[in-house]
Design a binder for this molecule. Structure first.
Ligand code: SAM
Length: 271
């Protein structure tokens, strides 16, 4: 009853039921978004499809805020699925402080909800299950600029196509957006799908939403905007569709390149 009373839990409960039906194999489960963290699967699908259409052989997907690692492991599982399905190699990278939440630095960090040390990580347990997934530990202030400076070749060959933002704080999200603030373009696809985990239950003037609004005000040629109407054309209109944004990098040299196959190209008059 509780599961069915709320759209998010109803969605997850219904998916678990549907997965048990005979004939629902892995490909069907992915096609209809019946997999765990279907929003991560959606992001990886968009990244791999877009990379393939633009002629890239690889793409990178990132999770900002890893905590225990459940999300990162699922992201890696979805990456393996879409790499096999599309032939595009997918690098998976997670960023986390590794010692739980840092202290809030700004009232917009929602200090009344997230205490220092929340969501600590068991490094040894997570590392043992990571396989080829990269885990970058340390405060983002330092690790993200360092990662971008030292992985230019990997990122050029596998530009970032999907980012899951789950850092809870306004200040940490602002730091993560350094990924999009850099003047060069080589490390990014011209459109980068973003999942914003921390929007529900907040207001636009604090937390993740405020970080996005500040970024947009400062970078009019590089907006991060919610995908309009996504629920209507996603199977089972899942609530997570409202948290899918895309960074449109209008000044990226590949921005106008036609993604062949992304839409039909004729609309003939019906007989
Ligand atoms: C809610 S948890 C992430 C949950 C995870 N995505 C999942 O699905 O299980 C938020 C994480 O953000 C990390 N974090 C917040 N601010 C950070 C910062 N400035 N640098 C590095 N990590 C940070 C914290 O360490 C914490 O583990």
């Amino acid at each position: 009853m509780w599961d069915w009373s709320k759209s998010g839990t109803r969605d997850a409960a219904r998916n678990r039921l549907l997965r048990r039906l005979p004939g629902i194999g892995t490909a069907t489960a992915y096609r209809f978004g019946l997999v765990e963290r279907a929003h991560y699967a959606y992001g990886v699908r968009r990244a791999t499809e877009s990379a393939a259409r633009l002629g890239h052989r690889g793409v990178t997907v990132m999770e900002f805020g890893v905590a225990g690692g459940n999300g990162l492991l699922l992201l890696a599982e979805h990456a393996r699925h879409y790499a096999a399905a599309t032939g595009v190699a997918v690098r998976v990278v997670g960023f986390d402080g590794g010692v739980g939440m840092p202290p809030a630095k700004d009232p917009r960090d929602l200090p009344y909800l997230f205490g220092p040390g929340f969501y600590a990580m068991d490094h040894a347990r997570l590392r043992a299950r990571l396989g080829e997934t990269d885990l970058v530990l340390g405060d983002l202030d330092r690790t993200l600029p360092d990662y971008l400076d030292t992985h230019t070749r990997e990122l050029r060959d596998h530009p970032v196509g999907f980012v899951a933002l789950d850092l809870d704080h306004y200040t940490s999200t602002t730091t993560a957006l350094e990924l999009f603030r850099r003047p060069d373009h080589g490390h990014l696809l011209p459109r980068v799908t973003c999942y914003l985990d921390d929007l529900p239950g907040t207001v636009e003037q604090i937390g993740e939403a405020a970080a996005i609004a500040d970024f947009n005000a400062a970078h009019p040629a590089r907006p991060i905007g919610r995908v309009l109407g996504l629920r209507a054309f996603t199977p089972f209109d899942p609530p997570w569709a409202d948290q899918i944004y895309v960074h449109h990098r209008l000044d990226h040299p590949d921005y106008p390149t036609l993604e062949t196959g992304a839409t039909g190209n004729q609309l003939p008059l019906t007989p």
